[in-house]
Design a protein around this ligand. Structure first.
Ligand SMILES: Nc1ncnc2c1ncn2[C@@H]1O[C@H](COP(=O)(O)OP(=O)(O)OP(=O)(O)O)[C@@H](O)[C@H]1O
Ligand SMILES: [Mg+2]
Length: 270
């Protein structure tokens, strides 16, 4: 379990300090997929960096499987339990072949050759890149690169994966592929925190966390949020076109579930 206990964070700058988060208490359990939403500057990336000890809280505590994230003796323990994946896959490529790229993390942790091969193979299979081991990463598509970045994080066998807008630079298919991988990882027991600007991604989550101005304004199941237009407005969220269509259908008496946010799920409800 990752626990955020009454966490505040302020960035210190030359001009003073910038408050980024305050009073944040939430959790991420193994096998749970939490989608994090919120407008620009609401503190989402700060939350991601706090989750694996890249940043230390100004107030409160972040605890990863009972280890305090500020425990200097266990920095690597925390980092290896919580994998981080960022927005731009190009910035996350470190080697000249797909295989070496995935092996980079475990190699640095001193994982033995034999189990390393296994780890790399498993990680690539999980993200659907088997067979591309010898490809140069820069020849992959954007979606494939992002799945490669996820494989690199998985090779460290993290219990939790925190992804900061991993689909921001991808087209629809690339997004769908990444979302699919996240679902499978969750089912295999990894705790996933998925930071995204796409409200539709919330439908697949076990829980949704919404931040505005550094505070949690919603932490609960997606259906409750998505069915409450007033609450959505207070959270600064607007329904995507498909969601609005679903709402109009509901108003017309058609039984469309509140978490139907893709064309497929709306069609299925008709
Ligand atoms: N390195 C930094 N130095 C100073 N202030 C920062 C720094 N990084 C972020 N901030 C400020 O902290 C607040 C939260 O930023 P954060 O990056 O966590 O938001 P975000 O929700 O990830 O935004 P976005 O959707 O644009 O990625 C903002 O006010 C931002 O300007
Ligand atoms: Mg961000």
């Amino acid at each position: 379990m990752i626990e955020f206990i009454d966490v505040a964070y302020e960035y210190r700058t030359a001009g003073g300090s910038v408050p980024a988060l305050r009073g944040v208490s939430t959790t991420l359990a193994p096998g749970e997929l939490v989608t994090v939403l919120g407008p620009n500057g609401s503190g989402k990336s700060t939350l991601a960096r706090l989750a694996n000890g890249l940043l230390h809280p100004s107030e409160g505590r972040v605890v990863v499987d009972t280890i305090d994230s500020t425990d200097a003796a266990r920095v690597w323990d925390v980092r290896s339990r919580v994998g981080l994946v960022f927005q731009n896959p190009d910035n996350q490529i470190v080697a000249t072949t797909v295989e070496e790229d995935v092996a980079f993390g475990p190699e640095n942790l001193g994982v033995e050759r034999e189990s390393m091969h296994q780890r790399v193979r498993n990680a690539l299979a999980t993200v659907g890149l088997s067979g591309l081991e010898q490809r140069e990463p820069h020849t992959l598509s954007g979606g494939q690169k992002q799945r490669l970045a996820i494989a690199g994080a998985l090779a460290l066998a993290p219990a939790y994966l925190v992804l900061d807008e991993p689909t921001a630079m991808l087209d629809l298919q690339g997004r769908a592929d990444v979302i699919d991988v996240l679902g499978r990882l969750r089912d295999a027991g990894t705790g996933i925190m998925h930071i995204t600007h796409h409200l539709a991604d919330a439908a697949a989550a076990d829980r949704v966390l919404v931040l505005t101005g550094g505070s949690v304004v919603y932490d609960g199941v997606p259906a409750t949020l998505l069915a409450d237009t007033r609450l959505m407005q207070r959270c600064g969220l607007t329904l995507p076109p498909v969601g609005r269509l679903a709402e109009e259908l509901r108003a017309a008496g058609v039984d469309v579930p509140p978490d139907a946010l893709t064309a497929e799920s709306v069609v299925a409800a008709l």
